[in-house]
Design a protein around this ligand. Sequence first.
Ligand code: FAD
Length: 394
Amino acid sequence: MAKFESPDFYNLDEMLSEDERNVRDTVRDFTDSNVLPVIEEHYEKGTFPTELIPKLGELGVLGATLPEEYGCAGMNNIAYGLINQELERGDSGIRSFASVQSALVMYPIYAYGSDEQKKKWLPELASARAIGCFGLTEPDFGSNPAGMITRAVKDGKEWVLNGAKMWITNGNMSDVAVVWAKTGKGDDPKSIRGFLVEKGMPGYDVREQHHKGSLRASNTSELFFTDVRVPEENMFPKAEGLKGPLGCLTQARYGIAWGALGAAMACFDLARQYAAERIVFGKPLAAHQTTQHKLAKMLTEITKGQLMAWHLGKLKDAGKMNHFQVSMAKMNNVGIALDVARVAREILGANGISLEYHVIRHMCNLESVKTYEGTNDVHSLAIGQHITGISAFA
Ligand code: FAD
């Protein structure tokens, strides 16, 4: 397969530091040499390429923004964004693995955890000797996690956990699950706390979810808790209420805003190459006006998305980013990536539906990416509330 070129129409490359470019190029090479050769087969079988997990640890991309004292790379947020972009240029499932580990497991341990929790888990998770997952969604509550049913009740020095989580990325492969549960007597979301549930704890069961038509090269599981006795020291001391899980989602959504661009860039480049080579009605597809219009529109949207992600990264590094800005970037960049993937699929004609040409895989993956970490509806409602001061959620 030909190597993808990555579009950079506004020379954003010049805005990156040498270190940022080096990180980007290293992860780009990793994706070209390790992900692209195996991903089609894994996607078709519906398996995660577990053989890549130690390599992701060696590469230093897990928890990349966290401090070196925990075995992490201490990178800035632009470098972290570029990691996501380059992993998702390969497959959204690979980026999802790294996003969950970094933003949804390592971040809350770092931000909300005790010193013991940090020392125990962060170096293991950074090196990929341990894998983590994040359990927020339940069978009856996705967009509205405040309604969660999972509950932890204190009994002596332990919490007794009961409930179920669904659609959990990395679930079946995980050594530790960050699980959110209500701890109050009533239904108040202010009582939500986070727990580190470890593989093998009695009463903790995990079942892989099959038959997915999207994100097939990713492990998705249900988690079940039946009277799981979680030691007191496994609860996060510094997270109370929905702010805990939502703080993690802001981190992950930031990475997705970059990651989706990687998928879009791959689809754009595949469509550009195909249109140059495919002859229709006596001349290359690329020489027809309608194709040029499609390619121009795709590149325009990718370029706008790149500028948005880059500036959001600058705001994040300066400590000035807010979660509404993240909602906008996640919503926009995943939305345009899906549009780009759909038009690229159209340009490839029948070959567009063949997994050999990658585009259909990206297109189907992006349906999951649009759904998880807040659907586009949810992000537009959050932005709408910010604009008008009126909540239209309920
Ligand atoms: P619902 O909340 O039932 O929404 C259904 C529809 O209603 C959507 O279109 C939604 O936009 C719309 N809607 C919802 N509220 C409103 C409203 N107020 N007004 C108008 N429309 C509305 N979760 C985790 O906790 N951890 C994970 O690791 C994880 N990984 C995932 C991996 C995959 C592949 C997928 C598909 C999902 C994953 N999820 C995970 C779950 C994901 O976050 C939820 O699916 C998502 O939050 C949406 O919830 P739902 O599916 O229950 O949809």
